[in-house]
Design a protein around this ligand. Sequence first.
Ligand SMILES: [Zn+2]
Length: 162
Amino acid sequence: MVCMLMKPLFITAILGIVSLSFAQTNLSTSYILRNSEDSVFQDLSDFQKKVMCGGATEKPFTGKYLYNKAEGIYYCAACENPLFTSTTKFDSGSGWPSFFDQIDRNAISKREDNSYGMKRIEIVCAKCKGHLGHVFEDGPEPTGLRYCVNSASLLFIPKEKK
Ligand SMILES: [Zn+2]
């Protein structure tokens, strides 16, 4: 009897701790698994689907936007939600396009990623939930953040030249 009572209490306590820690780090708990059959992902290449739906990472120093220094906006490759501006892009030396801030505080959702024995924060498009990369706390001022993003998850539209 005690055991039967203890179990739900224990689970409730664990859930409480989990939701509390999510709230403290501003992580989304409404994360939805990505289905590559979803129409939003249908026009992506097979490799882009592996990255955006399966969470794969492109090899460092291979992405097409790594050295892009043009002015413009980086959109989600799947749903074209605006994610970053070129003004926050910096050379992190990591081999992936890096940004110190998102374009808008609601553009990107974050969640804990404990895969590969590492504790990381995954970043996904807030709109379609497509995988973008990870965010680390070793970026430059003013945010101190480094959004490490796969080029495969991005679509860059240059600012129109006058
Ligand atoms: Zn998206």
